[in-house]
Design a protein around this ligand. Structure first.
Ligand SMILES: Nc1nc2c(c(=O)[nH]1)N[C@H]1C(S)=C(S)[C@@H](COP(=O)(O)O)O[C@H]1N2
Ligand SMILES: [Mo]
Length: 406
């Protein structure tokens, strides 16, 4: 990684926020000088991530959690995956930040400062599940290009902000509104200032939900730079690519938003199941909306050894996009029989739910514990890989851990 390039254009405020303290004599720093504490080329320190997190790519930065790191009820910053399509912006000044609402379907476009947004509209706090559409991609065959996410591109943090609904109501939208599309300040890997790395969105029905936030806090503090400081659109339960980081403009469109990564094979899957490896025409691809039902065993870590003990407490989380999870079961006989787990209600809509069970093993030996969640419409996770698609999205196959009873 080229550390120099990364911090070369950092503003004093951004450097201060990365250091966790303002740089007192900051104004005296020579122009290209990088503070010693930021010269450490360690992404874990740079993003305040735990050293057990897995780096999948450093250009752009993509980092995932291991299943056992996600055991907390609410995901702390240090275990939250990072997914970037372009370069993380480095010159952000929250004091001058503004958000413009424009597009074909607003009466008149309007710009708010961040301060105005915070004081004018009511604040809401929700736990919201964000899963990358490509989480689980690594398992697809034929393989799909892109970051080879295993299971850890999912989080459920507590987000605080204002409702997009309230802002759009204040601006005034026309009856022709179909979709919103976000625009952000991160830059394209090519360096071309006219290319947006990503500009996605959601249909009006999702945009106007209670839980769709313009967030300025994550887990009670300012959003970390890597996760969208100072303002982020958060659309829980949908592919996390719909939750724009570093957002400074939202367009209310009179058609399906056509920004970068809205077409082709990006965040789209064949509308009908296809044979693995097929080529699918553009018009037969559909935009991913609500994410499918899924669960993750976060305790114990796969590979656990049970010495002189035949019972094991497992726990984890389950989520189902827009829906609630109605049950989670586990199997220790490769899916032949299933037993119920205890499942909690979500703290709020679109928050993941927690499950636990006490597993009893009949005798010494090797076992696998498989978990399977079912949503409120009775759809369950597949035991094996679900429908192949060109970019390897939506792998919600059962999570499994290995256990030895010795
Ligand atoms: N501006 C902007 N927003 C973005 C992205 C991005 O590259 N740029 N990546 C998206 C994708 S694909 C995902 S999965 C999530 C990742 O959010 P996180 O890094 O906070 O976990 O952010 C989404 N929002
Ligand atoms: Mo993503």
């Amino acid at each position: 990684m080229d550390r120099r390039k990364f911090t070369g254009t950092l503003s004093l405020t951004a450097m201060g926020s990365m250091l966790g303290a303002p740089i007192v004599f900051g104004k005296k720093i020579p122009e290209t000088y990088i503070p010693l504490a930021l010269q450490d080329p360690d992404p874990f320190k740079m993003f305040k991530k735990d050293s057990e997190m897995t780096v999948l790519n450093d250009r752009p930065w993509n980092i995932e959690a291991k299943a056992h790191l996600l055991n907390d009820a609410v995901t702390p910053n240090k275990y939250m995956f990072i997914r970037n399509n372009g370069k993380i912006p480095t010159n952000i000044d929250a004091n001058t930040w503004s958000l413009t609402i424009d597009g074909e379907a607003v009466n008149r476009s309007k710009t708010y400062t961040l301060q105005e947004l915070k004081s004018k509209f009511k604040t809401h706090t929700y736990q919201l599940t964000l899963e990358c559409g490509g989480n689980g991609r690594a398992e697809f065959n034929p393989p799909a290009k892109g970051n080879q996410w295993t299971v850890g591109a999912v989080s459920c943090a507590e987000w605080t902000g204002i409702r997009l609904l309230d802002v759009l109501e204040d601006v005034g939208i026309t009856s022709g509104a179909v979709y919103i599309g976000y625009h952000a300040v991160d830059t394209h890997l090519s360096g071309d200032p006219n290319k947006e790395p990503i500009s996605r969105g959601v249909p009006m029905a999702k945009a106007l939900q209670d839980e769709t936030l313009l967030a300025f806090k994550m887990n009670g503090d300012a959003i970390p730079l890597a996760h969208g400081f100072p303002l982020r659109l958060v659309c829980g339960g949908w592919p996390a690519s719909a939750s724009g980081k570093w957002v400074n403009r939202i367009s209310v469109r009179n058609k399906v938003h056509d920004g970068s990564k809205m077409g082709g094979t990006s965040y789209r899957v064949p509308c009908e199941t296809v044979a693995p490896g097929s080529k699918v025409d553009d018009e037969n691809m559909c935009i991913i909306e609500s994410m499918p039902v899924k669960s993750l065993i976060t305790h114990p870590k796969s590979g656990a050894m049970l010495t002189n003990k035949k019972s094991l407490n497992i726990n984890g989380h389950a989520w189902a996009g827009e829906l609630e999870v109605s049950k989670v079961e586990y199997s220790i006989d490769f899916g032949s029989t299933w037993r119920s787990c205890t499942l909690s209600k979500p703290t709020n809509r679109l928050a993941w739910q927690h499950f636990k069970a006490q597993v009893i093993f009949p005798k010494k030996g090797y076992y696998e514990v498989w978990a399977r969640a079912t949503d409120s419409r009775r759809k369950s996770q597949p035991m094996v890989l679900p429908g192949w698609n060109p970019k390897g999205y939506l792998n919600n196959a059962c999570h499994r851990i290995a256990v030895k009873v010795v």
